[in-house]
Design a protein around this ligand. Structure first.
Ligand code: 16G
Ligand code: ZN
Length: 533
């Protein structure tokens, strides 16, 4: 039977080359690319098992996002575009770590535990970013899919959110859209142009944007948008170096801009001009500008979330529909953003643990759920109740024109949004749509609130897992006594807030602190970091 093939393939073509165990974390597996061949092969096997268990198409994305070019990684995408269900993460870890001769046994174990039917011919949708290592890793992955008689469907180089979109299109019988690149571009650009109408500028809003493609897939794909959007949006692209240039994410891209709080290289500095950066797989977006005194202004995920939520609230009110709107953040969200959105805009805010799966899951609690991590990953999701009510309202000719138009606008906006996962390009089009509607330049957007000074630090420890947390990572459970020490420190600072958590992607502990002044935020972070050592 085919399990023999599995073992033969593994031994002859994709033998396990690394002894040390690796762990399927919040971003799947990430490592130096040359250590990942056997991991890909095994994820191909697991994807087929998952697809048969769910009786649906499963996605696999080969990317290491904002990591340097020599890294790579892999993550599985569940049928409705979610991250791989948590209970299967341990299987992913096990599959990656067992010896070649234990693969057959491990496959049998999972089949038995989940009663997986081994006959279905399932599709595995594969995508990859622009890393030079990606094609050969994709080959290892498809070998794994084929070894268990699955059907690999290779979409080539695509963004992570495109891959999520394809998976959902396939699993909804195309109700979500056409599972092709063209289908994706058409859906988004059609909605964008409809919302923009015939006037491309409005008030202080100008339809020109400088775009940093991070020398990755985000640069490759924006070209299709530029063409389809025509004059409605002037996107000037920078950082589109060719594959293998070694420049992917190098001193540019959303992660660099956000974590270094610096203007990226390769983008011309034009005072007061709106700029944005995407990351290496184009699922994160950051806006920024330089003022006339060379001062750098960052518009991160918190700012995008508040802009989007405030706009949605505005049009939702016009529809007069009883739909609940909520915002989901993590503990890294700046306190000023949380206060602004919950007190001033009166939109309920929930806080959850770091990682897209937690945010997405919580956002499902609302009719319209906006979620964003401060790092620029986020989107909006709409319940079927919301979609139904909006459709009814838009069609109901006995209602006022204002109500119908508002419902219609929201329905079009739903098409502009990639509900399956955070999507840098879709988010960018959404932000541009909102700024256009409000007639705002980037300074007006920024003036909504002022960020409280904050500091993020990395601390290296012997074993980061001794730190465990609760309450959306805001409270330490172990080591015993640490939380009391943090509380005592925080109490000494005006507007102080601080928390520590083990990173899910690096072997370090992260310390976050906020306070009334820059110096105090730095000092609080430093003092808390000393307690962690
Ligand atoms: C992963 C997460 C991202 C999170 C980051 C935190 C997904 C798809 N990605 O990249 O959302 O912000 O990890 O990293 O969930 P950390 O645990 O090292 O702070
Ligand atoms: Zn990314």
């Amino acid at each position: 039977n085919s399990y023999r093939t599995v073992y033969a393939f593994a031994r002859e073509m994709h033998p396990k080359t690394v002894k040390a165990d690796i762990q399927y974390g919040t971003a799947g597996f990430r490592a130096k690319a040359n250590n990942l061949g056997y991991v890909m092969y095994r994820m191909g096997l697991l994807a087929v098992l998952r697809a048969r268990y769910k009786r649906a198409t499963i996605g696999v994305m080969i990317t290491a996002s904002h990591n340097p070019e020599p890294d790579n990684g892999v993550k599985l995408v569940d049928p409705m575009g979610e991250m791989l269900e948590q209970s299967w993460e341990k299987w992913a870890t096990k599959f990656a770590n067992v010896g070649d001769d234990q693969l057959e046994e491990t496959i049998n174990e999972i089949i038995k535990e989940y009663d997986i039917p081994m006959t279905d011919r399932v599709e595995i949708v594969v995508g990859k970013d622009t890393r030079p290592s990606s094609p050969s890793l994709a080959k290892s992955l498809t070998d794994g899919v084929l070894a268990l008689s699955g059907k690999p469907v290779d979409y080539g180089i695509v963004t992570t959110p495109q891959l999520h979109y394809f998976v959902v299109c396939k699993n909804t019988n195309r109700k979500y859209g056409e599972p092709t690149e063209e289908g994706y571009y058409t859906k988004l650009t059609k909605a964008f142009k409809k919302l923009r109408g015939e006037t491309f500028t409005n008030g202080s809003y100008k339809n020109r944007l400088l775009y940093d493609g991070a020398n990755g897939v985000g640069a490759k794909k924006i070209k299709y948008f530029q063409e389809l959007l025509g004059n409605s949006m002037k996107i000037q692209m920078y950082n589109d170096a060719i594959i293998g240039s070694g420049k992917l994410n190098y001193m540019c891209g959303a992660d660099y801009v956000k974590s270094q709080q610096k203007f990226p290289t390769g983008v011309p500095v034009e005072p007061n001009t709106r700029c944005c950066s995407v990351d290496g797989d184009a699922d994160r977006l950051i806006y920024y500008y330089m003022d006339e005194n060379n001062g750098f202004h960052l518009m991160d995920g918190d700012r995008m979330a508040t802009l989007i939520a405030s706009y949605l609230k505005e049009i939702l009110e016009k529809t007069e529909l009883d739909l609940n709107l909520g915002l989901v953040q993590t503990a890294y969200a700046n306190g000023a953003s949380t206060e602004y959105i919950s007190k001033k805009l009166q939109v309920p805010v929930a806080c959850v643990s770091t990682g897209v799966k937690h945010l997405h899951h919580k956002a499902l609690d609302y009719d319209i759920g906006v979620y964003f991590e401060a790092n620029g990953h986020g989107t909006v999701i709409f319940s079927s109740n919301a979609k139904d009510k909006l459709t009814e309202t838009a069609k109901n000719s006995s209602l006022s024109e204002e109500r119908r138009h508002a419902a219609e606008a929201l329905l079009t906006l739903i098409d502009l949004v990639n509900e399956t996962v955070g999507d840098a390009i879709s988010d960018m089009l959404l932000i541009e749509t909102i700024l256009h509607a409000k007639g705002w330049d980037i300074q007006q957007w920024e003036s909504a609130y002022t960020d409280w000074p904050n500091r993020l630090m990395k601390v290296t420890v012997q074993d980061r897992n001794v730190i465990t947390t609760t309450d959306a990572e805001r409270v330490c459970v172990t080591p015993e006594g640490l939380q009391a020490e943090i509380d005592a420190l925080v109490a000494k600072f005006d507007k102080g807030r601080s928390f520590v958590r083990p990173s899910g992607t690096e072997d370090i502990v992260r310390v976050y602190a906020e306070a009334a002044t820059r110096e105090q935020a730095d000092e609080l972070a430093l003092q808390v970091a000393r307690k962690v050592h």
